[in-house]
Write a protein that binds this ligand. Structure first.
Ligand SMILES: *Cc1c(COP(=O)(O)O)cnc(C)c1O
Length: 360
């Protein structure tokens, strides 16, 4: 067996220990005589799996008691609709545009109410986070929406916007559990797990209890109401059982690693290896304003499309996979999530250095 270094933005690398545990438990989960995939979601064994996953997640992220943690389906794109359908009581919301995902979220919300774009970095292909001082928060806004780590462009909010008391909603998909967060600063934070937590098919929503009400937009389907999932502890219908189980194994792994402060340090060290190289290289350049650089997604270019292509092909042949940038940006992108070992980044940098020397 040989495993590659997988720099995919998502679905992405998972901890090898987790995959091994899953493999070992595949045919017979803890003496049940069946795999987790084959279990009733109403069984005691499964209840224990989902309860433990939620408890470990809460412990890792230090989720306050007045927040619900929901394991939902439909991916990030479903949250683009669920957020306005459940929160747009005045039918007004403020959005900060920092990339494709924030744009898509804003566009979806426009179906339900008035969307005010209060800041944007579209003018420079989203290569920076807009100035957050003196944001024109709308008086009647139901919430202020951000995409906190921009998977495609490689920017991240180093501080949160002052929402002047309005509910902050944040898409944290590509930074989920990569560092500690102060959950109490958010009304809702949510993320698809396929970036930094687990297999595609689960979206974790952390939502303050007072925002969970029956008072949703008319026509909101039952499955798109936060309340139905909160009241039923994420078991209103059949959840993505196996995927939640894998997330649970990743939470155990994160706890064993020392929790989110340790992960943050590791992620900072890892990203520094790559950014330091990019800053020193004459061939490879980062595309993001240094102060807004993401620890998770690192886009870079050579400035020559042919050379980019050559690099991606040679890197792939050498076992560094999925380095092609997003189709809307081009160039390269290395996603270096929690499960990417520092060694993977060091080896990538070594490879880039050799490539640079060989292609002068
Ligand atoms: C990948 C991603 C999404 C979209 O997630 P889907 O599960 O594919 O709908 C949304 N937001 C961010 C920040 C992402 O990285």
């Amino acid at each position: 067996m040989s495993r590659v270094y997988n720099f995919s933005a998502g679905p992405a690398v998972l901890p090898e220990e987790v995959l091994k545990t899953a493999a070992a438990e595949m045919l017979d989960y803890h003496g049940c005589g069946m795999s987790v995939m084959e279990m009733s979601h109403r069984s005691k064994d499964y209840q224990n799996i989902i309860d433990t996953a939620e408890a470990d997640f809460r412990e890792l992220l230090n989720v306050p008691d007045n927040y619900k943690v929901l394991f939902l389906q439909g991916g990030g794109n479903t949250q683009f609709a669920m957020v306005p359908m459940n929160l747009m009581k005045n039918k007004v919301a403020d959005y900060i545009l920092t990339g494709q995902w924030a744009k898509k979220a804003a566009k979806e919300a426009e179906m339900y109410g008035k969307v005010n774009i209060i800041a944007s970095s579209a003018d420079k292909t989203f290569s920076y986070i807009p100035d957050l001082t003196n944001l024109k928060i709308s008086d009647d806004a139901d919430y202020v929406y951000i995409c906190q780590n921009n998977t495609i462009y490689g920017t991240t909010f180093k501080e949160l916007p002052d929402t002047k008391g309005k509910t902050l909603v944040s898409d944290v998909s590509s930074m989920f559990l990569s560092e500690p967060m102060d959950v109490s600063k958010y009304g809702v934070l949510w993320g698809g797990v396929q970036k930094n937590i687990g297999p595609a098919g689960v979206t974790i929503v952390v939502i303050r209890e007072d925002l969970i009400t029956e008072d949703v937009l008319p026509g909101t389907p039952t499955m798109l109401r936060y309340k139905i999932h909160a009241d039923n502890k994420s078991l209103y219908n059949t959840p993505p059982c196996y995927n939640i189980y894998i997330c649970g194994l990743v939470f155990k792994w994160l706890k064993e690693m020392g929790g989110l402060s340790v992960m943050k340090e590791r992620n900072e060290e890892k990203a520094k290896v790559l950014y330091d190289f990019l800053d020193a290289s004459n061939m490879f350049h980062g595309t993001v304003v240094p102060k807004d650089r993401s620890l998770m997604n690192v886009p870079f270019i050579t400035g020559n499309e042919e050379l980019d292509k050559k690099f991606i092909a040679e890197a792939s042949a050498a076992g560094f996979k999925n380095l092609k940038g997003h189709r809307t940006v081009g160039g390269m992108r290395a996603s270096i999530y929690n499960a990417m070992p520092k060694e993977g980044v060091e080896k990538l940098v070594e490879f880039m250095d050799n490539f640079e020397k060989n292609n002068k």
